[in-house]
Write a protein that binds this ligand. Structure first.
Ligand code: NAI
Length: 509
C-alpha cells in the first residue's frame, strides 16, 4: 500500500506552545522532523522547548530512546519569533487558543507566507474544520489533526476532513501520524468529531442516573469501574476533567446539534459550574478533595445468608458465569433446562438481566412480583461488583435473597433504586447508539469509532464491539424500552442498529 507520510526532511511548523503544541512538537521532533515552534507569548516557545528537551533526557535515562537520539531530537527543536519563520515548512499544525476568528486570522497569514504545497492542520477539539478553512483562498489545504492530551502518551489522532479538505492531504496526515507512532482514524468535520461526541452519554447518563436517584456518585462510579471495567466512573472523571471544561464541551456539542436532546446538558453540572465547584482543581466537585476529606464509600449491601434452592437458567453469558462463580465458591445449585429470559430463580424470586425496563415495570408486565434485575458486566468472570434492582412489588426478603445469591457468587452487591436500564447497560447502550449514529451519518466507520473510544478515552471495549457482544437485538430492546419509559427523543434508536436487527446482522458485519 502506498505510504503518503511526509518525509522526515519536511520541516514542521507548530503554532501554540501550550500543553498541546509542546506535546505535538515533541512527537514530531522525536520522529525526525525539524520543528519550528511559535507562540505569541514572549518566551513561551523557548520555555516549551526546554521542557521537551528535559523530557527527552528523562526518556533516554529510562532507556526509551538512546542518548544520541535524544540529543538529535533536541537539536531539531527551534523556537520561532514570527509567522514568517514558518515559510519553509511543509506542514503547519496549529494548537492556539480555541477561537474561530483567531485561528482563521492565523491561517490567512500563513497562506500569504507559506508555499502552495504546505499543508495546514488544526488541532481544534470543537471548531468546525470546514468553517476555519472557509476564509482561505485554498480551503482544501486545511485538515483537522486532533491529538489527545497528553499528546506524547495518547495514541489516538483524529484526522478530520472539512467539506473542502483534499482527501489526499488527509491521507498524507493519516500516514504521517502513523509514522509518528500514533493510531489515526478518519473523521468528518461534525460537532465533537468522534470522541467528544460519542463520549457524551458517558457523562450525561451518569448525571441522569444521579438526578433520578438511582444511587449516589460513589456507588455509580464503583459500578462503572468494578462491573463496567472503565478506568474511572463518570463523576470522578468529570471532577478530574473540570466541570467548566466538561460542561463547555457538552454545551458546544448540544448547540452545534441544534439542541438535540441526546446532548442536553445537566442542571446538576450547571449548578457545580455556577458554584465554582469545578472538581479536583478547586478541591471540590462531586467529591471533596480537601486534604482532610474522606472519600465516601459506595453503597454496599451488608452480608446476607446464602440462599438454598438456587436454579440457573439457560446459557446466556450472565447465567453461565453466575453458575461458574457459584461452582467455584462451592455453592450448590441446579441447572434448569427451561429456556426463557430468566437467569436464575430462588424459590419464587426470579432474576432477569435488565432489558431497559425498570424492575417494577417488568414485574407489572410479567406478573412476577418477586422480580430482581441485574446489570451487565464487562467481564463477568472477573468483575467484583454486581448492581441489582428489586421491583417495588417485591418484599424485603426478595432483596435479601438476591443479595445473598450474588454475595455467595463472590460479588460485592449494590442495590440500586429501581431505574430503567440500570447503570452499565444503560450507559453502554447509549454509547453504542451514539457511535452507531456517527457511523450511520458517515462521520467515521465502525472500526474507527471503536478504536477512537478505546484510545481517545481509554474505554475497555469499543462501544460497537460491545454492542455486538451484548447482541444488537438486546441493545435495540434496551433503547426501545428506555424511549418508551421516558417518552424522550433522546433515546431514539440509531437507524444503523435498527437495520442490523432487521437484517439479522451484527454492527461490524
Ligand atoms: P494552551 O492554552 O495550553 O496553549 C495555547 C497556546 O497558544 C498558548 O501558549 C498561547 O500563548 C498560544 N497562542 C494563543 N493565540 C496565539 C496566536 N494567535 N499565535 C500564537 N500563539 C498563540 O492550550 P492547549 O490546551 O494547548 O490547546 C490548544 C488547542 O488544542 C486548542 O485549540 C484546544 O481546543 C486544542 N486541544 C486541547 C486539548 C486539551 O486537552 N488541552 C486536547 C485536544 C485539542
Amino acid at each position: 500500500m502506498t505510504n503518503f507520510a511526509l518525509a522526515t526532511t519536511t520541516k514542521i511548523g507548530i503554532v501554540g506552545a501550550g500543553a498541546m503544541g509542546a506535546g505535538i512538537a515533541q512527537i514530531a521532533a522525536a520522529a525526525g522532523h525539524t520543528v519550528r515552534l511559535l507562540d505569541n507569548r514572549e518566551g513561551a516557545a523557548a520555555q516549551a522547548i526546554e521542557g521537551i528537551k528535559a523530557q527527552f533526557i528523562k526518556m533516554s535515562a529510562k532507556g526509551k530512546m538512546t542518548p544520541d537520539a535524544a540529543q538529535a531530537a533536541s537539536a531539531r527543536l527551534l523556537p520561532a519569533c514570527a509567522v514568517a519563520e514558518l515559510a519553509d515548512t511543509g506542514l503547519v499544525i496549529e494548537a492556539i487558543v480555541e477561537n474561530l476568528d483567531v485561528k482563521r486570522k492565523l491561517f490567512l497569514e500563513l497562506e500569504g507566507l507559506c508555499g502552495s504545497e504546505c499543508i495546514f492542520a488544526t488541532n481544534t477539539s470543537s471548531i468546525s474544520v470546514t468553517s476555519i478553512a472557509a476564509v482561505l483562498a485554498h480551503p482544501k489545504r486545511l485538515v483537522g489533526m486532533h491529538f489527545f492530551n497528553p499528546a506524547p502518551l495518547m495514541a489516538l489522532v483524529e484526522i478530520i476532513s472539512g467539506l473542502a479538505t483534499d482527501p489526499q492531504l488527509a491521507n498524507a496526515l493519516f500516514d504521517t501520524a502513523k509514522a509518528w507512532g500514533k493510531t489515526p482514524v478518519y473523521a468528518k468535520s461534525t460537532p465533537g468529531f468522534i470522541v467528544n461526541r460519542v463520549a457524551r452519554p458517558y457523562y450525561s447518563e451518569g448525571l441522569r442516573l444521579l438526578t433520578e436517584g438511582a444511587g449516589d456518585c460513589a456507588t455509580l462510579d464503583a459500578i462503572m469501574r468494578e462491573a463496567g471495567g472503565f478506568r474511572m466512573g463518570p463523576f470522578e472523571l468529570m471532577d478530574m476533567i473540570g466541570h467548566d471544561v466538561n460542561f463547555a464541551v457538552t454545551c458546544s456539542v448540544w448547540n452545534a446539534f441544534f439542541n438535540d436532546s441526546r446532548f442536553r446538558p445537566s442542571l446538576i453540572q450547571q449548578e457545580l459550574v455556577d458554584a465554582g465547584f469545578l472538581g479536583k482543581k478547586t478541591q471540590r466537585g462531586f467529591y471533596d478533595y480537601a486534604p482532610d476529606a474522606v472519600r465516601p464509600a459506595p453503597q454496599t449491601a451488608s452480608a446476607c445468608v446464602a440462599p438454598s434452592d438456587i436454579k440457573i437458567f439457560g446459557s446466556s453469558i450472565a447465567a453461565t458465569n453466575l453458575a461458574e462463580r457459584l461452582k467455584s465458591a462451592g455453592v450448590a445449585f441446579q441447572n434448569s433446562s427451561a429456556n426463557d429470559d430468566r437467569i436464575a430463580q430462588i424459590s419464587d424470586v426470579v432474576f432477569f438481566e435488565t432489558d431497559g425496563r425498570s424492575a417494577t415495570q417488568r414485574a407489572h408486565d410479567t406478573g412476577i412480583h418477586k422480580l430482581v434485575l441485574t446489570d451487565i458486566a464487562l467481564d463477568y468472570s472477573k468483575s467484583t461488583r454486581m448492581a441489582i434492582a428489586v421491583a417495588h412489588q417485591a418484599d424485603e426478603k426478595t432483596k435479601e435473597a438476591a443479595t445473598g445469591l450474588f454475595q455467595a457468587a463472590g460479588y460485592t452487591v449494590s442495590v440500586l433504586n429501581d431505574v430503567p436500564g440500570m447503570v452499565v447497560m444503560r450507559t453502554v447502550a447509549m454509547l453504542a447508539n451514539e457511535a452507531a449514529d456517527a457511523v450511520n451519518q458517515g462521520v467515521c466507520d465502525a472500526a474507527g469509532a471503536d478504536v477512537a473510544m478505546r484510545l481517545g478515552v481509554n474505554y475497555p471495549r469499543g462501544p460497537l464491539a460491545w454492542a455486538d457482544e451484548i447482541g444488537v437485538v438486546t441493545i435495540n430492546t434496551v433503547l426501545s424500552n428506555l424511549a418508551q419509559f421516558y417518552g424522550e427523543d433522546r433515546y431514539r434508536i440509531s437507524p444503523l442498529i435498527q437495520q442490523a436487527v432487521y437484517a439479522g446482522r451484527t454492527i461490524h458485519d
